[in-house]
Design a protein around this ligand. Structure first.
Ligand SMILES: [Zn+2]
Ligand SMILES: [Zn+2]
Length: 385
């Protein structure tokens, strides 16, 4: 089968404290410390066979994520920017939709022909974190498209326990191609969904939501906020193209934080009440946190989602004075987040189709990732067949 494979040179930085497991398995815990000179290639790979507890999925669409971009981008010494877990060479891609074409000997949750999407983290279900219900923080996890082969390929094998049917979307999208395009955006939507409802506490219909950063996670997040009954959704984003996408999705309050004063703007739009929900999806935390802290409504929830390279100064007194809470949120695993997001999509309330702005075929998947490095798209998709 054809697949987009990312490879890099294992070359731990001299001052990096390499663990024994990393040295033995070449599975990096901090990729930016060990992997050099990443290279992408569309190449021929053996079609995988599903293990007993897996299904084989014929991939229809896979989306390019910020992490796919940061596995390709490097610093001056050639080390990749991505700082979490990887093993290479690996077929990348983890936001996907497809059709089950084969099931392993013990896999019986899905039928052949069923349209599906999947979570990213294959958790062990046995470690302390898993047994406490925090599958996303499993101590023995693997990740599709990072430490195991992913979805920029004609086929991918997926443990059935992290696979979810999207057959309910047939009611919403009568065109099969539309269904699979939409289903490939379930995964990015789950990131903010989990932050808003799995992590933060007490977000109510009618709350004012502010997104700081309107890339793919911000855009899908704004759609989730609207579907969940936000009173107003406000957004700040310096890219003209991305602000236009948000406008075209029907969002009225989208601003360039370089041209307007974001604090004044939030106060104006919320009639001086401040925002109840603040979502950090930009990574530019030294700019965004001062704005967040000056626009906190009473009992505001701040949801931190982005991967920021540095830490902002936090004005603790402002959280105290407004009974506000800051929640860190990572991933989307477990807690029925996936099926709920799929239900929102099936009900027609979450419609991400307008977020997809570029589509490439598999032979040009490397170009798709280069396109995403420009950071002007809503979502870049790769179409497999
Ligand atoms: Zn992603
Ligand atoms: Zn575990």
């Amino acid at each position: 089968m054809r697949a987009l494979v990312l490879d890099a040179e294992w070359s731990p930085r001299p001052d990096y404290d390499l663990s024994e497991d990393e040295a033995n398995r070449h599975r990096a815990m901090n990729s930016s410390q060990v992997w050099k000179d990443p290279e992408l290639r569309v190449t021929e790979r053996e079609r995988p066979d599903p293990a007993d507890d897996e299904v084989l999925v014929r991939v229809k669409y896979a989306g390019v994520c910020g992490s796919d971009v940061s596995m390709l981008e490097t610093d001056d010494d050639g080390y990749m920017h991505y700082s979490a877990y990887t093993r290479f060479p690996t077929v990348t891609g983890h936001e996907f939709s497809g059709e089950v074409v084969e099931t392993g000997a013990d896999a019986d949750l899905f039928e052949e022909g069923e349209p599906v999407t999947a979570e990213v983290t294959d958790y062990c279900a046995r470690c302390q974190m898993c047994r406490q219900g925090f599958h996303g923080h499993c101590e023995n996890f693997e990740q599709i498209g990072f430490t195991m082969d992913g979805a920029f390929a004609e086929y991918v094998t997926v443990p059935e326990k992290i696979c979810w049917s999207v057959a309910s979307l047939e009611r919403t999208y009568d065109d099969e191609d539309e269904l699979y395009r939409a289903a490939a955006t379930v995964e990015p939507s789950t990131i903010s969904y989990y932050g808003l409802f799995g992590r933060a506490d007490g977000i109510w219909p009618g709350d004012y939501h502010v997104y700081h950063g309107v890339g793919p996670i911000g855009l899908t997040g704004m759609n989730v906020s609207r579907a969940a009954g936000a009173g107003k959704v406000i957004a700040f984003e310096p890219s003209d193209q991305r602000r236009k996408i948000a406008h075209d999705l029907g969002f009225e309050h989208v601003y360039n934080p370089i041209e307007v004063d974001p604090v004044e703007t939030v106060q104006e739009v919320t009639h001086g009440e401040g925002a109840d929900v603040h979502v950090e999806t930009s990574g530019a935390v030294s700019q965004t946190y001062p704005v967040i802290e000056d626009t906190l409504a009473e009992r505001a929830n701040v949801v931190h989602i982005s991967n920021a390279g540095s830490d902002p100064e936090i004005a603790l007194r402002k959280y105290q004075g407004n009974s506000a809470q800051l929640y860190g949120s990572e991933g989307h695993t477990g807690q029925q987040v996936f099926p709920r997001v799929i239900r929102l999509m099936a009900s027609g309330q979450l419609d991400n189709r307008g977020i997809v702005t570029s589509t490439f075929d598999l032979e040009n998947a490397d170009t798709a990732i280069e396109q995403a490095t420009k950071r002007v798209d809503g979502k870049v998709l790769v179409k497999m067949s």
